[in-house]
Structure formats: structure tokens, C-alpha cells
Design a binder for this molecule. Structure first.
Ligand code: ATP
Ligand SMILES: Nc1ccn([C@@H]2O[C@H](COP(=O)(O)O)[C@@H](O)[C@H]2O)c(=O)n1
Length: 221
């Protein structure tokens, strides 16, 4: 049977990763955080002493990435340096082409023989899986998102300056939504969920209702 595909897009710290993992657990689907792929490419370029905005260096690192590559599990991918490098390599067309195959293979053959896949990122509903069974675009004001990221960093014991976090988020939003290739935007048929005033449980409930309306499925766990 063809696996069910749920596409969840949105800007940084909107809560799409949290939601995607919960949806995957609830429906017994596999989850792919596609931001990790771009972060891995960005970090690989930095480690080679290269510039993430350099097309050739970024493309080489993207084509070298496979699902078993150990870099995909490194904590170093969660840093702001990795996020900024990711959003630079993400503007390189060859990088996006290389990672497109990786992501589509995941939807066609979800790990563990799962009956479906949840992918979260920036262009899942628009480019990677335009035929997804359900599409959500999770967003929140930039101030709310910066506040969430700040709390998350502090909980991890990482010192952070509020104005820097806000400025970095604005810079990443601008790069992600203004790039020529696969810019961040909701698919025309996406369910847009503004989470600014919603807690994670409310977001989950609304997402489950939407996925149910599109697929007829109910959570199994
Ligand atoms: N609805 C919510 N209300 C409050 N906090 C939330 C909500 N959803 C997620 N969070 C928290 O906000 C932070 C960012 O969430 P998450 O990592 O899921 O966002 P993201 O969109 O995947 O971010 P990124 O693109 O940077 O990986 C986390 O600390 C998470 O626990
Ligand atoms: N489908 C995607 C996913 C991510 N990106 C780029 O990677 C950066 C990091 O992503 P996070 O989800 O981990 O924050 C992000 O800012 C994008 O530039 C992408 O382009 N497409």
C-alpha cells in the first residue's frame, strides 16, 4: 500500500518539529526532520573550512549525505551556527536537488515499514511532497518564536541574549522566505495553524482533526 504522507512546514521555532513527532507517534508513522539534513550539510561545509554560501562546496557535501551518515545524529546540529549555515546552503539549487531524492525515498519507504511518513521543513507541501495526503503550515509571530527559542536555549544551559535571538530569527526568516528556490510559504492547500496563542496540546488537537478530515485516520496511540 502507498504510505500516507503528512507535510508540516513553517518558520523556525514555530513548533513544527514538536508537532510532527507527536503526530508520527500518534499515527504510528515515521518522522523526518528535514531541517537536520540542511544543518548537516552546513556543518559539513564549515568543518571543511568552506563557506556555506559557496555552491560547489555545499553541493559536494549534500551529495555525500546518506541516511546512515553519523553527522545526522550529532548534537552540534542544534546550534545557532548550524542553523545559520543551514539557511545559507539551503539557497543553493544543487543542495536542494540532492536532498530532494533523500526526502522522497523516505516517503516512499518509511523506515521500519511504517504505514506513513511525517516530514517537517520549509518546502514539504510545496516542492518535496506536493501530493501529500495532508498539509499543515505551522506559524507564530516572530516575537513568540524568539521567546520560545530563548526559553529552549536557557533550558539547555546555553546563555543567550534576547535581542540577538530575535535578530537571528528575523535574518533566517528573511533568507528562507526570499530565496529564489523553494522559498518558505504555505502550499495553497495547506491548513494554516497560527500557534502564537496555542499551547502544544491545542496545536496537536487541531492538527489531528485536520489530518482526520483529509485521510479518515484516527490516532492509534
Ligand atoms: N505551541 C507551543 N507553545 C509553546 N511552546 C512551544 C509550542 N510548540 C513548541 N514549543 C516549544 O518551542 C520550541 C521550538 O519548537 P520546535 O523545535 O518544535 O520548533 P521548530 O519549528 O521545529 O523549530 P526549528 O525549525 O528551529 O527546528 C521548543 O522548545 C518547543 O518545546
Ligand atoms: N525543508 C527544509 C528544511 C530546512 N531548510 C533550511 O534549513 C534551516 C534549518 O532548518 P530547521 O527546521 O532545523 O530550523 C532552515 O532555516 C532552512 O533554511 C530548508 O530550506 N528546507
Amino acid at each position: 500500500m502507498t504510505p500516507i504522507v503528512v507535510a508540516i512546514d513553517g518558520p523556525a521555532a514555530s513548533g513544527k518539529g514538536t508537532l510532527s513527532q507527536r503526530i508520527a507517534d500518534a499515527f504510528g508513522f515515521a518522522h523526518l526532520d528535514t531541517g537536520v539534513l540542511y544543518r548537516a550539510v552546513g556543518v559539513a561545509v564549515l568543518r571543511e573550512g568552506g563557506d556555506p554560501a559557496d555552491n560547489a562546496a555545499a553541493a559536494k557535501a549534500a551529495y555525500a549525505l546518506d541516511p546512515d551518515h553519523p553527522i545526522l545524529r550529532e548534537v552540534a546540529l542544534r546550534t545557532d551556527e548550524a542553523a545559520q549555515a543551514a539557511s545559507k546552503v539551503a539557497a543553493v539549487p544543487e543542495v536542494r536537488a540532492a536532498l530532494l531524492d533523500f526526502q522522497r525515498r523516505f516517503t516512499q519507504h518509511p523506515p521500519g515499514g511504517a504505514p506513513g511518513a511525517v516530514l517537517d521543513g520549509r518546502d514539504i507541501g510545496t516542492v518535496v511532497c506536493p501530493e501529500a495526503d495532508a498539509k499543515l503550515f505551522v506559524t507564530a509571530s516572530v516575537e513568540v518564536r524568539a521567546e520560545r527559542r530563548l526559553r529552549e536555549l536557557r533550558n539547555r544551559g546555553i546563555p543567550a541574549i534576547p535581542s540577538d535571538v530575535l535578530e537571528d530569527m528575523k535574518a533566517r526568516d528573511a533568507r528562507d522566505s526570499q530565496r529564489a528556490v523553494a522559498p518558505l510559504r504555505p502550499a495553497v492547500d495547506a491548513f494554516v495553524l497560527d500557534t502564537s496563542a496555542l499551547d502544544a496540546d491545542e496545536v496537536f488537537a487541531r492538527a489531528v482533526a485536520h489530518i482526520g478530515s483529509k485521510t479518515g485516520l484516527r490516532p492509534t496511540a
